[in-house]
Each structure stands twice: as C-alpha cells, then as structure tokens.
Ligand binder design. Structure first.
Ligand SMILES: *Cc1c(COP(=O)(O)O)cnc(C)c1O
Length: 456
C-alpha cells in the first residue's frame, strides 16, 4: 500500500511558535490621531500578555503546557497525499493536504482560540466578546472558552447567521451566546440598522459591536478577541507550518508551491510563514495566498493605514484594505469577506516573498466538488479557494511536464456549509467581480490616513 498519511507522534509536536516579526519589519499600529498607539490604549481591548505577544520580536515563543494539552485533543494534524485528486487531474504534480479540519470546530481557528482563551484566563478576564463571519471563529472560540471556563458573546454577520444556523447551535452547545449583527444590543448596531435595515452585515460591523460590548463592561472584566489579522493570531497558527515541515522532512520532501486561502490571513500565514523564513534565506519555494474576486484585498486593494472595524475602534493597521466601510458581496465563503488583511501577510506580498491570486466562487465550488468526489472530505467554501489554486498549479505542472510538489492548507470542512453546495449544484451561484470604480472609491477614502512605509 502506498503511504497516504504522514503523521507525527504527539511527542513530535512543536513546542514553540515562530514569530515572523523577528525577520520582517511591519509598520506600527497608529491611533486615530496618526501617532503610534501605546499598550495602555490597547489594554482595554486585549489582555496585556497578548499585547506583549503582539509587539514581540522574539523569534521563537514557547507554547504554554496548558495550551499544548488542549491542542493535543486533535494535534498534530495529519498530512495526506491526494493521490485520487492527482489521478483525476492526470498531473505529474504531487499534492499534499495539511488537514486542519480535524479540530473540534472543524477548522484551523481553534489553534489561536485555545491560546487566546488561555492568555485571557491567566490575565483574570471573565468574559470575551468577539465577531464571527461564517461562524467558524465563533464556534472555535466557544469550544476554547469552554475549556478554560470563560463566558463568550459572539456577534455573527447577519447573512451567515441566516445561511448557517447550525454554527449558532454549535456555539450554544459549547455554552456561548450568538447574536446576529448588526444587532439592537449595541449603540453602533442600532445606528447601522437605522441607516441600512436590510444590510447583510459585515465582519467590520460585527467587530465594532463586539469591541463596544467589551469596552462597556462596568467591572472591566471583559476583553475582546480577534480570530485573524493580528500578529499574535498569525503567531499561534504557525504550529501548522512547523508541523508540516517536520512531516514532509520525514519523507524527504520539500514543497515547490505552498498555498492557502486568505480572509484575514491566518491559515495562510500559519502554513506559509515557516516556509517564508526559508525563502528569505534563499530557498526556492513559491507561496500563494488566494482570495475571492468579490473581495480582492491583496490583489487589488491599496496598501494603506485603515481600521479593522467599521466604526474605527481598532488602531489603524498598515495593510491592504478595501476600506473599513466596504461591504463585500454575499459570497458563501463568509470567512473570506473581510476588507483588510494581516499586516504581516500584506508585507510578505509587498516583499515579493508571497504572491496573491483571486478566484471567483463558481470555479472554487467546482474545485470543491471535484475534491469531495476524489479525496472524500467536503471542503469549506473558503478552503475551495485554495483547492482551485492547487488545481491550477497542478494543471500548469501537467503542461510543463514537471513533477512539482504542492502543499496546501485544508483550512476546514464544509459540513455546515451544505446549503452553499446546494445553491451551487442547482445553478444559483453568481460570479462577483469587484469593479475598478469600487476600488477607486476605497483608494479615495483611504487617502485621509497616513501612508504606511513599504519594507522591501
Ligand atoms: C475563517 C476561515 C478562513 C479565513 O480566515 P483566515 O484568517 O484568512 O485563515 C479560511 N478557511 C476557513 C475554513 C475558515 O474558517
């Protein structure tokens, strides 16, 4: 029998995260006044231990034992060789799946949710508020906060709340509260509902609501958690790439191409940063981030200072952004409907260490169905973007007659996204392509803020 699955024993699990800030410069976050924002201001939103991690430039950071203990419920996650998909494509390329769908919530998100819940717990926080797009982050954090005995309140983007009712049920099972956003619970939510009663909502709006709720706790025991974008989130996700490197080394492999889909950038960063450091040292590896044509942040948006949320409660971050007011078309990949991008991922692309590509949802669902019919697992709509790119790369290898090694992040399963597959199969899915006019509008709006530096 051909070896399909490449595993690590639990003793071989990485004991440290890789911090790319040791090897890469990014612009500091700014306050609304345009001055660098100090930890005091952030301390109302995040616990101090995570703020310290956010700005740390220490290359390797120890993973606490308590975090490893919870991660070991499903980690190390397997790598599987996609023999069936390779055969269906008739490609000489070797395709390796780093499988993050084996976590309790079904995606990579618990990798940081568990770490964040732990750091909040030891900082004395009692309750966390957060937002969620497709519900993956909300359910991951619900699982994680439940492990550490914390309360959780989740603002879920309205369109996903309606499309994915079972994500809410998962959050409830793990003891969390889930509220559709915009909601009547917050001042900002009420304002948005008044102006746009029919809005599908957006991650940016939900973030504003969650931060408002955290800030308004009279006891000061509530903090906010973000599932992507921030440096500490990217850090926690690097366990994916660190495991993958060890796994491939066991069979004397090293990828020619590394692929991940990108919403806020965390699963992409998690897999690719440990390979990006090799690339900085001259290794020949191509790294691709893939996003929807409906929300082409890295491929088309300006690199600018912008807020992470709609109301402007977060610091200004230097990233590719479609503008904090941007509301993407209601594509099914809810986790990829975000106006901004992790500053570290933006900088990686600016540096030329990674490239970005955008793919429309019809091509991605076609890829997801082929994947399900060959490799079995039904992928999340987000993951389908990575798979569509894998297929493009495999077909390129066929044309060039090259035996390329492709590694991609299988960021999550789609078992709670079956309505999206139903829509696709009945021909009801539309292609959304963001117009140049829309992008120009973002550029105009973002001109108000300072221009970040590009570090090459
Ligand atoms: C949230 C999510 C994404 C997108 O978020 P990133 O921070 O860019 O990784 C991708 N895939 C799945 C399955 C998700 O749940």
């Amino acid at each position: 029998m051909k070896q399909r699955m490449i595993t690590l024993s639990q003793d071989e699990m990485p004991r440290q995260w890789y911090n790319i800030l040791a090897d890469m410069k990014v612009n500091p976050p700014l306050g609304i006044d345009g001055n660098p924002i100090g930890p005091e201001k952030l301390a109302k939103i995040f616990p101090m231990n995570l703020i310290e991690q956010e700005v740390s430039s220490q290359r390797w950071i120890d993973i606490p034992e308590e975090v490893l203990r919870v991660l070991s419920i499903w980690r190390p996650s397997p790598i599987t060789r996609a023999y069936n998909l390779e055969k269906a494509l008739g490609t000489p390329a070797k395709i390796y799946i780093k499988n993050e769908n084996v976590s309790p919530a079904g995606s990579h998100k618990p990798n940081t949710a568990v770490a964040q819940a732990y750091y909040n717990k030891i900082a004395g926080v009692k309750k966390i508020t957060t937002e969620t797009g497709a519900g993956q982050w909300g359910s991951a954090l619900a699982f994680a906060t439940q492990q550490f005995g914390l309360d959780l309140e989740v603002y879920m983007v309205r369109v996903s709340f309606d499309q994915k009712p079972y994500r809410k049920a998962m959050m409830n099972v793990w003891g969390a509260e889930c509220i559709p956003s915009p909601s009547n619970k917050t001042e900002f939510g009420r304002k948005v509902l008044k102006e746009m009663p029919d809005t599908p909502g957006s991650l940016g709006i939900a973030i504003s609501e969650a931060i408002e709720q955290a800030l308004k706790d009279p006891k000061g025991e509530t903090r906010y958690a973000l599932g992507s974008v921030l440096n500490h989130v990217m850090l926690h996700q690097t366990i994916i790439g660190l495991e993958a490197k060890k796994q491939l080394a066991k069979i004397n492999e090293y990828p020619d191409v590394v692929i991940g889909c990108a919403g806020g950038g965390s699963n992409f960063a998690g897999l690719s940063f440990p390979f990006a450091i090799d690339k900085m040292h001259g290794k020949n590896v191509e790294i691709y981030a893939v996003e929807p044509t409906a929300c082409p942040t890295l491929t088309k948006a300006p690199f600018a200072y912008d807020f992470g949320d709609v109301k402007g409660l977060t610091p200004l971050l230097a990233m590719h952004s479609l503008g904090h007011n941007f509301i993407p078309a209601p594509v099914h990949a809810g986790g990829l409907r975000y106006h901004g991008m992790a500053p570290t991922v933006s900088q990686l692309v600016i540096n030329g260490l990674a490239k970005a590509d955008s793919i429309d949802q019809l091509e991605t669902f076609k890829a997801g169905v082929l994947f399900a019919r060959t490799e079995g697992v039904i992928p999340a709509p987000e993951t389908n973007h990575a798979i569509a790119k894998v297929i493009r790369e495999a077909n390129k290898a066929t044309e060039e007659g090259k035996e390329k090694t492709i590694l991609f992040n299988f960021s999550g399963h789609g078992l709670l996204d079956l309505a999206a597959y139903e829509n696709y199969q009945s021909g009801n899915l539309k292609v959304y392509e963001l117009s140049d006019d829309e992008i120009q509008k973002s550029e105009e709006i973002l001109k108000k803020y300072p221009t970040p530096q590009k570090f090459l």
